[in-house]
Design a binder for this molecule. Structure first.
Ligand code: FAD
Length: 325
């Protein structure tokens, strides 16, 4: 059977978990095995109605007083999934490509001494052997891999599998599973959650993003970029170099280790276009680069380019836009 780890917020499954269910269902259809789900947390049992449309035949609610009552503990969650997978004799364990999905499955894989692959874009199972394609370096490299071992643990790459309902909805059975968890499994535990006090349009949803890199030169000159973003109803992002300089908060970082953006237009100011930055903005419909260096990598990748000093170009753009508004 295929066991899918589903993350949820108060009983509502998260989108990447639903994407990973599409991958899990494809594997289940190919191997002819049933698709079942593992959910943790107090409201997990309420997920049965939510998961039936996605072809989940049974929802296993993992219950333990410390899992329900205390903060997220990666090793305890991983142990729980490992024990459930062993109990059910699961051939495959799938999960979402969230930080938590990767962390929980990695712990489960280590406990089970089983192979694991993250960010999969294609999974083919033939006689228990897994032929996989997976994104590396944020999708700038595709790896072909072959994994053998049971269970095999895989996470679905973000936005590679659409959220799709099954041809026929089922009414899943609900069962409870109580893992045995030693104190040591709670050695690392979530203590508190801090929400960002950033206001305005979220980077991932903005239709216009104005990015600033090391070429901006100092934190104060981001004011010009903020003005440009405001005039275009957009928001400001940054390269890792700018974040490392302390000019912008990490929330603003675009790239492999930052936000993935998909605006109608990305205006990259004083950004060289390193591969790790480009994997974060490759979803942009159009890229306009403003750079003093005509040889900068981003100029090759941009749809439009202005070769010039951003400290001249951006204020001029703002002036023109203000006149037109
Ligand atoms: C594992 C790993 C993960 C990483 N993840 C990320 C990531 O998520 N996001 C990310 O951005 N980077 C990431 N990086 C860093 C990345 O490799 C680059 O170092 C970084 O993107 C460079 O930032 P930059 O383009 O702002 O700076 P630089 O490379 O220093 O480029 C500055 C650019 O500004 C131009 N310029 C200078 N002055 C002006 C001016 N007055 N007007 C106009 N143009 C000007 C220059 O010509 C140059 O092209 C990662 C690196 C590693 C190793």
């Amino acid at each position: 059977m295929i066991l899918s780890f589903v993350e949820h917020e108060s009983g509502v499954p998260d989108e990447l978990s639903l994407e990973s269910l599409t991958m899990a269902r494809e594997i289940a259809t190919g191997t002819g095995e049933p698709l079942e789900a593992a959910v943790l947390g107090a409201e997990g049992g309420a997920l049965a109605d939510e998961l039936g449309p996605y072809g989940v035949e049974e929802v296993h609610h993992v219950v333990h007083d410390r899992l329900d009552g205390e903060g997220y503990a990666p090793q305890a969650w991983g142990e729980s999934i490992a024990q459930l997978a062993a109990d059910l004799d699961a051939g495959t364990v799938t999960g979402p490509s969230t930080d938590r999905g990767h962390e929980v499955l990695a712990h489960a894989g280590a406990t089970l001494d089983a192979p694991m692959a993250t960010n999969c874009t294609a999974v083919d199972v033939d006689n228990g052997a897994y032929e996989l394609e997976r994104n590396r370096w944020g999708g700038s490299l595709i790896e072909h891999a072959r994994l053998e071992g049971e269970p095999t643990l895989v996470t679905a790459a973000e936005h590679e599998y659409p959220v799709e309902e099954a041809d026929a909805a089922v009414e899943p059975a609900v069962s409870e599973f109580s893992p045995s968890l030693p104190d040591t499994a709670f050695a690392v535990q979530l203590d508190r959650v801090e929400t960002s006090d950033e206001e305005g349009i979220a980077l991932g949803e903005a239709r216009v993003v104005v990015g600033g890199g090391r070429g901006v030169g100092n934190p104060d000159d981001y004011d010009q970029l903020e003005t440009l973003a405001d005039l275009l109803d957009g928001t400001v992002g940054a390269s890792r170099a700018a974040v490392n300089e302390g000019w912008r908060p990490h929330d603003d970082q675009i790239g492999q280790t930052g936000a993935k953006i998909s605006p109608d237009i990305y205006i990259a100011c004083g950004i060289s276009g390193a591969i790790q930055h480009m994997v974060g903005c490759k979803g942009a419909e159009n890229i306009l680069a403003i750079n003093t260096d005509p040889e900068a990598a981003i100029i090759q990748k941009a749809d439009y380019a202005v070769i010039g000093d951003l400290h001249d170009v951006v204020p001029a753009l703002n002036e023109e836009l203000e006149e037109r508004s």
